[in-house]
Design a protein around this ligand. Structure first.
Ligand code: SF4
Length: 289
């Protein structure tokens, strides 16, 4: 399958515009996500129609607390991610593409996902577990079919997509849970492999398009748990979304490259909640507690 959103720079290189990395990819090389390959001047997406994970989840697990409450959501993923969080809870499907010769996944067509969602009585489809930006072709085709059949579409995302990608998905997107992991450029570059600024821009675009937004911040001891950093996160969010949004403050448990870091103390979560409340955020929930 040919990738969306790229330009040919020369016989030797293409320029991918799917996410904010904007990779320049030489012939026969992959982009940072490990699922887009320059094949003789044509950018191919290798995870199209390959489902690595599928399940029916309570919508609260996304987490979405103020959208289609008390329903289940049909959820699926293809392999890959454009970020490399050191604490990733789903690293076996978000990062393992770098270790395979070909991209694994069960062939399931977009219409089959829609049919299954309807069969199991789910009013929505969630594009989740890994990063939907990285399988945008697969997600977008499914989203169009889902809307035609009256289903809602939900992205659970790191928010690091390009403006081109966000404008393509917005007409078919109803709700989003977007991670805002840190305010500091340094934390994003050291632990995550991204930048906070495009994520805030994308939140603004979702808000302007009236997409339902809930934000999640995982608080990791020694990374983003200082009062200064928590205050900066809250300032960024309230400057971007004002006060009428839902903020999920999530507790870290050891995972992936941070197996020796302790779980987040409850007091740190309460401090984060107090800071959010003092800035007027209307709905704050503690998660993973
Ligand atoms: S999707 Fe992002 S990470 Fe992957 S090749 Fe394109 S710009 Fe690079």
């Amino acid at each position: 399958m040919e990738s969306l959103f790229y330009t040919v720079l020369s016989e030797q290189a293409v320029h991918c515009h799917v996410c904010e990395h904007h990779c320049v990819i030489k012939d026969n090389d992959m982009g940072i996500c490990g699922v887009r390959k320059n094949n003789n001047g044509v950018l191919k997406v290798l995870n199209y129609n390959k489902t690595i994970s599928v399940s029916i989840d309570p919508i609260r697990k996304k987490p979405l607390y103020h959208f289609l409450q008390n329903t289940n959501t049909y959820s699926f993923a293809a392999i890959g991610c454009n970020l490399r969080c050191a604490w990733c809870q789903n690293y076996s499907i978000s990062q393992s593409q770098h270790t395979f010769n070909s991209i694994p996944g069960k062939p399931i067509k977009p219409q089959q996902h829609v049919d299954q969602a309807i069969h199991y009585g789910c009013p929505s489809i969630s594009y989740t577990y890994s990063e939907p930006t990285i399988y945008v072709e697969y997600a977008l085709e499914t989203m169009k079919l889902a809307h035609k059949q009256g289903l809602k579409n939900i992205w659970v995302t790191n928010g690091f997509m390009s403006e081109q990608t966000i404008r393509a998905i917005i007409p078919y997107l109803d709700a989003v849970n977007i991670d805002y992991k840190a305010s500091s450029e340094e934390i994003y570059s050291s632990y995550i492999g991204g930048r906070p600024e495009p994520i805030l821009r994308n939140m603004k675009l979702f808000k302007e398009a009236s997409v339902h937004i809930e934000v999640t911040t995982l608080i990791i001891p020694g990374v983003n748990d200082s009062t200064k950093e928590l205050t900066s996160i809250v300032e960024d969010l309230t400057n971007t979304l004002r006060h009428d949004f839902i903020w999920h403050i999530s507790r870290f448990f050891p995972s992936y490259k941070m197996k020796s870091t302790s779980p987040t103390p409850m007091n740190t979560l309460r401090t984060a909640k107090d800071i959010g409340t003092s800035y007027g955020i209307q709905h704050i929930y503690l998660g993973n507690v």
